[in-house]
Structure formats: structure tokens, C-alpha cells
Design a protein around this ligand. Structure first.
Ligand code: AMP
Ligand code: MG
Length: 521
């Protein structure tokens, strides 16, 4: 398969677009305190470029994530002040920040691009959060950098809000993810297919080290940098690997384990990342770089939403395979660190990579068992779960609702009607349900407890694509942020069914269905 021509997802900046404004002078930042504690800037200069964000004409706060701010030890009141908004827009650099754009490479749709890098993002610095873990605070859409290639360095409001919504929904669903601290509009248009309002997202991540960061140095034959980066990643993300007999091997195993768990979690909630390039694969194991991502409505493993994924490389059901492919690219970069002898290094890399399959399957089947209410493990459980998925696929059953309503069916056969109605041929459910009930009867606990356990893992609401799109177009086309705010509220407690929220839990009507999502730029 070839993916020729699909290397980047942004358009060249039109010659008419404005020049960077000068930094506004004389704004006192005395009231804004961010306790930066930066470490990436202690790595050699070839790891990044130092530069300030490019100011924007009219910053306006769309949304601040006050809870996340507090978790990071930041004061929400300060962040919503004019000084705070100036920082979130990139118009002011707060004290202690050391703004940098990170260098990285990556395989995009299978093709290697030796230099990508933060083309429109700037890492302001790092803070240590309440959980004791370090977080990057990054502005995305903050202007051109030495890595911008032909891009304008900016982000459009729609994709910024999409990333905000979906990343926060993922966090509430319990999936490792980068977070969204704030969104601001810039008062400046960005030019895509049309002129769109520009925006900046403040993203928070365990780090921005990607598989592609390792590839960047390997492509340059810079083994010393690969080693420094690996040492840094071990210290920051895999401290237990530092104490292992072979720290680099232990780190590779750790990354593989986190990715296997992560992709299993995606599949268990029907999430499709859309652009699983190696530059979008986090070493820390978080979901990162929300572009044309989407949640599946009707279950079909071949589902693809991204308008640029012409061959279904990143289809829902292909994601474990691609994660493993991406991890093989990481393993390649670590070969010189794994052993002096190349064959020995290859053997170790293969051994580590072979652990992906079993780890993924363990996480996936453990999750599936819980989704159908089985706390214990018996022979035939995986076949039972797979049989359900097959029937769902054949009958276009809504992924989220089927599992959610199954919880009610576990409490008693009265619940069956609502599940079977989701199948084009309801008898496909009946056949499965008879087997399921027999198996469920072997589980300890009362039916009500089964329901409660199932509802704790089967969300009632996910960011359904048609609802997300409606919230984005209200904001972008009409400046109405009400639907965006309402959606964030609903998604903050995804395992709860709240009265009046039927609109958010229902699958799209045929005329509402979204078939394609567009690039996140
Ligand atoms: P993404 O598809 O967002 O993961 O981005 C892939 C690469 O393209 C990264 O190196 C980005 O920094 C770069 N990029 C995406 N959009 C832009 C843009 N508007 N201006 C400059 N670089 C961009
Ligand atoms: Mg990316």
C-alpha cells in the first residue's frame, strides 16, 4: 500500500497573511505566578529551538479548565485575568517559562519524514502537578517556528475546540490523555479551505516526547542524542526502568505495555484516533494529537472517519496493529542501546515487541469481560464476547448504547427490549442473550450489582460526532459557545445518565450522521 502525497495535513500560508505583531510592552505580569520547573531545556540545544510565541491581535478567553489549573498548582483567577489570557494567547511570556519548539521526525501514513517538529506549538515550560508528576504546558497554534515548513503555525477554532472536548472527555472516561487547560480566540483569521477564526489551545501533557523524537536523532545518526533522550524518558516516565538490569530494554517494555493498554482502552470505548503516525505516539503512553479523531456509533471494525485516511490504515480495528508497527519503529531507534552486537540487539527488540500482542489481548479481553458483566474468568468468555461483537457488526448495533443497555438487561430480562431494538435483526441479540444469561448466572453477586459494575465501565455518553460537529459549528459560525459548554458539562460525568440528556446519548439519525472528519489543523 502506498500513501504517496499524504505527508502533511495543513495548507501553505497564503502570501497575504499578516506578519507577527510585536510583543505588547508595559504589561505587568507580577500577578501571574506559574512555578515552572523546566528540564527539557537542559537537554542539548539540538533537541529544540528556543523562541517566543507570536502574539495575536485580540486574545479572548473561550474557556479555562479551572479544575485542571488547580491540579497543576495554578490559580484560575490569575489565568482568567487580562495578564493570564495574554499568556494563554502567547502575547506574554510568564516568568520562569523557557519557550521552545521541540524537534521530532515521524512516519506519516507509513512514510518517513525526517523532520517534522513543533510547527505550530511552543512548550512554555514544565510544572509539577498535585500528583507529584511533571506536566508540560504547551501552546498549540502559537505561531510559526523553525519547524513550520509551509504551515502558518496557527490553529483554527474548530479543531481547537474539538481537541478540548475530546481530550477532556477521554480524561473523564479514564483514558490516559493529554489535557486541555484553556482555549482562546486570537482575533485573527487562519486560511484553510476558507478563512476561519484562529485560536490557541493550552495543552497539558506528561511530556511531548514521541516515537518520532527518537526517530529524529536516529535519522541523523546521532546515537548520543538517542541515549540522552532515552535517559531523560526513563527518568521522567519510567523511573523503575532505571533500577532494572537493562534500563533501555525495560523502558522499551514499559512503552509497549502502556501503548497496548492505551489502545485496548480506545477500542473498549469505540475511539478512533485517526492519525496514528509515529509522531503522534507518546512515549508516556497518553493519547496525543487529536486531529480527525472520532467515536464510532454503529459497531463496525472497519470504521474510518479521517478524510485523509484513504486506505483505512488507521481504521478502528486496525489500531492495535498500527500501535505495534509504531513501537517497532521505536525499537529500531533503540537498537544501539540494547546491545553492542546488532543481532543480539535485534533479538531483544523482537522479544520486547512480541509482548505487545499478549498485553493488548489481556487488556482487551479483560475490558470486554467487564463490559458484559463478568468479573470472574471462565473458558469460553472471550468467545462469548466476540460473538456479541460479531452480531453487533452484522446488525449495525450502536456500540455505546448496546453495552450501556446491557447493564439494564443484566438486572433483569425487562431490559432486553431496549438492547434488541438496537439490532437491525433483533433476534440476533436474543440468540446471544440466552448464552450470556447462562454465563451471568455463574457470577457471584446480585443482578443489581452486575448492573452497577457494568455501568461503571460502559459510558452512557461519549462525544458523538454529530453532537461535536454541531457544537463546533455553533461556535465557529455563530460565535455561540453555549453548545460547547453544555457538551463539556455532559461529558464530564460520562458514566451517569442524567435526565434531559437524551439528545447526547442517542445515536445520530440518518440525516445527522457524520461520515468524515477533517484534519485537526
Ligand atoms: P499533526 O497532523 O497536527 O500531528 O501535525 C503534523 C506536523 O505538521 C507537525 O510537525 C506539526 O507541527 C505540523 N503542522 C500541522 N499544522 C501546522 C500548521 N498550521 N503550521 C505549521 N506546522 C503545522
Ligand atoms: Mg502531531
Amino acid at each position: 500500500m502506498r500513501y504517496a502525497g499524504v505527508t502533511a495535513c495543513f495548507r501553505a500560508r497564503p502570501p497575504s497573511s499578516g506578519q507577527a505583531l510585536h510583543r505588547p510592552l508595559g504589561v505587568s505580569l507580577m500577578s501571574l505566578r506559574i512555578s515552572f520547573d523546566n528540564t527539557y531545556t537542559r537537554l542539548p540545544e539540538r533537541f529544540y529551538a528556543r523562541l517566543d510565541p507570536t502574539p495575536v491581535p485580540e486574545p479572548r478567553l473561550v474557556r479555562l479548565n479551572a479544575e485542571l489549573a488547580q491540579f497543576l498548582g495554578l490559580d484560575p483567577q490569575e489565568l482568567v485575568s487580562p495578564e493570564g489570557v495574554a499568556v494563554l494567547a502567547g502575547n506574554q511570556v510568564p516568568e520562569g517559562a523557557e519557550p521552545i519548539a521541540l524537534a521530532y521526525a515521524g512516519h506519516q501514513f507509513g512514510q518517513f519524514v525526517p523532520q517534522l517538529g513543533d510547527g505550530r506549538a511552543i512548550l512554555l515550560g514544565e510544572v509539577v502537578a498535585r500528583d507529584g508528576l511533571r506536566r508540560d504546558v504547551q501552546l498549540k497554534g502559537s505561531g510559526q517556528t523553525p519547524f513550520s515548513r509551509l504551515g502558518d503555525g496557527r490553529a483554527a477554532l474548530g479543531p481547537v475546540l474539538r481537541e478540548y472536548i475530546v481530550s477532556e472527555a477521554m480524561a473523564a472516561l479514564g483514558v490516559p490523555t493529554t489535557r486541555s487547560l484553556a482555549a482562546v480566540t486570537t482575533g485573527e483569521p487562519v486560511y484553510r479551505q476558507a478563512a476561519l477564526p484562529g485560536a490557541v489551545l493550552t495543552r497539558v501533557a506528561l511530556s511531548h516526547i514521541r516515537v518520532g523524537t527518537f526517530q529524529y536523532f536516529t535519522a541523523r545518526g546521532d546515537v548520543e542524542a538517542v541515549r540522552l533522550l532515552a535517559d531523560y524518558a526513563v527518568a521522567r516516565h519510567y523511573p523503575e526502568a532505571a533500577r532494572a538490569e537493562h534500563p533501555y530494554y525495560a523502558m522499551l517494555e514499559g512503552v509497549i505495555a502502556r501503548q497496548a493498554e492505551l489502545v485496548a482502552q480506545w477500542l473498549l470505548i469505540g475511539f478512533i484516533h485517526g492519525v496514528m503516525n509515529t509522531d503522534n505516539t507518546s512515549i508516556a503512553g497518553e493519547t496525543i494529537d487529536y486531529g480527525p479523531c472520532a467515536f464510532m456509533d454503529a459497531y463496525d471494525p472497519a470504521t474510518v472517519f479521517s478524510s485523509i485516511d484513504h486506505f483505512g490504515r488507521y481504521a478502528y480495528g486496525n489500531q492495535p496493529h498500527i500501535a505495534q508497527w509504531n513501537l517497532a519503529r521505536l525499537a529500531e531507534t533503540l537498537l544501539p542501546l540494547l546491545a553492542e552486537d546488532r543481532d543480539a540487539a535485534l533479538g531483544l527488540a523482537r522479544e520486547a515487541l512480541a509482548s505487545f500482542g499478549p498485553r493488548f489481548e489481556t487488556a482487551w479481553f479483560r475490558g470486554l469481560r467487564r463490559k458484559i458483566g463478568l468479573a470472574t474468568e471462565r473458558e469460553g468468555d472471550t468467545a462469548l464476547a466476540e460473538d456479541l461483537l460479531q452480531r453487533m457488526a452484522q446488525n449495525a448495533a450502536d456500540f455505546t448504547l448496546t453495552f450501556r443497555r446491557l447493564g439494564d438487561a443484566a438486572a433483569g430480562p425487562d431490559g432486553d427490549a431496549a438492547v434488541r431494538s438496537l439490532f437491525t435483526d433483533p433476534s440476533a441479540y436474543d440468540g446471544w442473550a440466552a448464552n450470556w444469561r447462562r454465563r451471568l448466572a455463574e457470577e457471584p453477586g446480585e443482578p443489581e450489582a452486575h448492573r452497577a459494575a457494568m455501568q461503571a465501565v460502559n459510558p452512557a455518553v461519549i462525544p458523538r460526532n454529530h453532537i461535536v460537529e454541531a457544537a463546533l459549528s455553533a461556535a465557529v459560525e455563530h460565535g455561540d459557545f453555549g453548545p460547547f459548554e453544555a457538551l463539556l458539562d455532559v461529558l464530564s460525568r460520562p458514566y451517569e445518565e442524567r435526565a434531559g440528556f437524551e439528545r447526547y446519548t442517542a445515536p445520530p439519525r440518518p440525516e445527522e450522521r457524520v461520515y468524515q472528519t477533517f484534519c485537526g489543523t
